[in-house]
Structure formats: structure tokens, C-alpha cells
Ligand binder design. Structure first.
Ligand code: IPM
Ligand code: MG
Length: 355
């Protein structure tokens, strides 16, 4: 028996997550394996219900489950709360407490969507890369942090810090992944300026040399990488980078593929794993059946692959999504002339039927 903590969160999080759960229920029938789902609250909805973004019960239940499936958190309603009470803190708290140091964000171009990209078809056709983002270190978590006051002058402070072991473990994640793909890692840093990046580059080189002589390694400064991503995205296989650079570059990479609504992610660590779409809660379109459930459904596929070790079934789900797109079915974000518009739920139903 397998137990999944389901945290739909806010905005379109609830709509897309129920479609991912639909697919996991189908998977459970196909595998003839029992999957239990436990519904939990985090983010804005938890603030409204319990007065805090990450209630203890949510955290302790998530820690006791085999995997977490998350929708999205946040919305304008909670934007003006103090820092510790913001919905986003739920996400950071889960990442830190579950020790999810590796965030895996694939950016894959579906052939059927080449026209939806803002770039020319020949630049984007066939994009297949993965951003491996360090998720529990760097400037997101470094101390000191805060708005400090000295002699009546306020100063905003964040600290970017990385230890050798933190860099080592994420480097291993990226290289192991590259070994199963096109054997090419591009490590992105700012080693011409930042000390954290200088250490980062040194450790990446060391780990690569000692363990992965069969994988090609390049280094790229983050400003250049953001430019190379739109100039020639197909040069990338696995991008390895720290927390904030990865946050920014993964949004850029995802949009190359036409819609941020298409891309899944897995956050893994030693013991726990969390799966969520790359997109946010999109409060402007919430509750109207407009959201694209594909990112969430593909996140469920990643859950099957990484946590339940059902790679074959994960691949089938991916192919089912691809087939539905090839047949011309689209949610609003990726609809073009001559395609058939579906609601969030109809899209989920189509993909379920295609598996
Ligand atoms: C992401 C998001 C989060 C991040 C926010 C919501 C805290 O942008 O998962 O990429 O910055 O990590
Ligand atoms: Mg982000």
C-alpha cells in the first residue's frame, strides 16, 4: 500500500490536483496496487482555516506519507500578511522539513505545441532538457535574513551561502540524471563575482572528475545561460544550478515550450519526495475550468516514476497527454485556431481515457 499526501492549496491548485488524483487512481487500478490519498491544507486556505500557512498536522502527516502531491499556493488575498504568515512559507517549510534538496524540472517541447512557443519553431522543436535546481540552500534560506534597522536606517538583508556537502549532493543528482539521458551537464553559476559560485564550480568539477568521466561538463555564467536559453535552447541536456538561479531559469525554460501550464516537477531528497506543477496558483483564472491540468498530471507521472518506481506507466501517462494534444484538444492557455477547447476536467478525462 502506498500513501500520498494531497495538498491542493489555492487558486487553480485545487482544480489541477483533482485531475492528477484522477490519473493516480487510474494508475492504482492498472497496477492493482492500493494507493491511499490523504487530503491536507497548506497555503492561503490553511491561513484561513488554521491561522497559519503550514499547520503542524499537515507537516506531520506529509512526513509520514510516501509522497506528497501539491497544487499551488498563494494569491493576492494573502499578499500583505507578515513574512512568516505568507502562503509561500508553506512551500519553503515543506521543502526544508522534508529535506527536498533537489528540484527536478523537465522542459519538454511537445511537437503539437511548437506553434504555441513565442520562439521560432526550428529553435524550439524537440527541446528536451531538465533543470536540476538546488532547493534547500542558497539565498532562500541563508542567515542573517530580514529587514534590519540600525541608527534609524532600515536595511534589507539576505545571505547566499552553500556548504561543500550541499553542493556535492545536488551535483550527484544532476550527473546521475545526465547519465540516463544525453550525458551532458551545464552547471550555471556566477563564479566571476560570487564566492558561493566559486566554491560551487570547484566542487562540481571535483565530483564530476572523480565519478562521472563519461558525462560532459560545461560551466556557464547565469546571465549568459539566460541568453543561451532563448538563443539555442537545444544545446542543453541537464542544467545544474543553485536555488535562486534555478527558480528564474526554470520559468524561462518552461515558457520556451509554449506554456508554463505544461511542466511538472519533482522535489526529492533522502527520504521524502514532493511533486508539483511548476506553475503557480493563477488566482485570475481560478475556479473557471480554464486551468491546464497537464503539468499536474505529469507531476503525478513523475511520482509514479520516482516514488513508486513505475517508469513504464509514467511513460504511458506522458504519451497519453501527448496523444490528446496531437488530437487537437487544448485548454485555454494553449488553444490555437482549429483546436478543440476543453475545460480542466475534460482534459483530465481525455488523458485518463488515453492511457
Ligand atoms: C517556485 C516558486 C517558489 C520559489 C515560490 C512560490 C516560493 O516560484 O517553486 O519556483 O520561488 O521557489
Ligand atoms: Mg519559481
Amino acid at each position: 500500500m502506498f500513501k500520498i499526501a494531497v495538498i491542493p492549496g489555492d487558486g487553480i491548485g485545487t482544480e489541477v490536483t483533482s485531475q492528477a488524483v484522477r490519473i493516480l487512481k487510474k494508475a492504482s487500478r492498472i497496477l492493482n496496487e492500493q494507493i491511499d490519498f490523504v487530503d491536507l491544507k497548506a497555503g492561503g486556505i490553511a491561513i484561513d482555516t488554521f491561522g497559519k500557512p503550514l499547520p503542524e498536522q499537515t507537516l506531520s502527516t506529509a512526513l509520514a506519507c510516501d509522497a506528497v502531491l501539491l497544487g499551488a499556493v498563494g494569491g493576492p488575498k494573502w499578499d500583505n500578511l507578515p513574512y512568516e504568515l505568507k502562503p509561500e512559507q508553506a512551500l519553503l517549510g515543506l521543502r526544508k522539513s522534508l529535506e527536498l534538496y533537489a528540484n527536478i524540472r523537465p522542459a519538454i517541447m511537445f511537437d503539437a505545441l511548437t506553434a504555441s512557443s513565442s520562439l521560432k519553431p526550428d529553435i524550439v522543436k524537440g527541446i528536451d532538457m531538465v533543470v536540476v535546481r538546488e532547493l534547500t540552500g542558497g539565498i532562500y534560506f541563508g542567515r542573517p535574513a530580514g529587514i534590519l534597522e540600525e541608527d534609524g536606517i532600515r536595511r534589507g538583508v539576505n545571505t547566499m551561502t552553500y556548504s561543500e556537502p550541499e553542493i556535492e549532493r545536488i551535483t550527484h543528482t544532476a550527473f546521475k540524471l545526465a547519465k540516463s539521458r544525453n550525458k551532458h551537464v551545464t552547471s550555471v553559476d556566477k563564479a566571476n563575482i560570487l564566492h558561493t559560485s566559486m566554491l560551487w564550480r570547484e566542487i562540481v568539477n571535483k565530483v564530476a572528475k572523480e565519478n562521472y568521466s563519461d558525462v560532459r561538463l560545461d560551466h556557464m555564467y547565469v546571465d549568459n545561460a539566460s541568453m543561451q536559453l532563448i538563443r539555442n535552447p537545444k544545446q542543453f541536456d541537464v542544467i545544474l544550478t543553485e536555488n535562486m538561479f534555478g527558480d528564474i531559469l526554470s520559468d524561462e525554460a518552461s515558457m520556451l515550450t509554449g506554456s508554463i501550464g505544461m511542466l511538472p516537477s519533482a522535489s526529492i531528497g533522502g527520504k521524502h519526495a514532493l511533486y508539483e506543477p511548476v506553475h503557480g496558483s493563477a488566482p485570475d483564472i481560478a475556479g473557471r475550468g480554464l486551468a491546464n491540468p497537464v503539468a499536474s498530471i505529469l507531476s503525478a507521472a513523475m511520482l509514479l516514476e520516482y516514488s513508486i518506481k513505475q517508469k513504464e506507466l509514467a511513460r504511458k501517462i506522458f504519451q497519453a497527454a501527448e496523444k490528446v494534444l496531437n488530437e487537437g484538444y487544448r485548454t485555454a492557455d494553449i488553444a490555437t485556431d482549429g483546436t478543440t477547447r476543453l475545460t480542466t476536467e475534460q482534459m483530465g478525462e481525455k488523458i485518463e481515457a488515453a492511457i
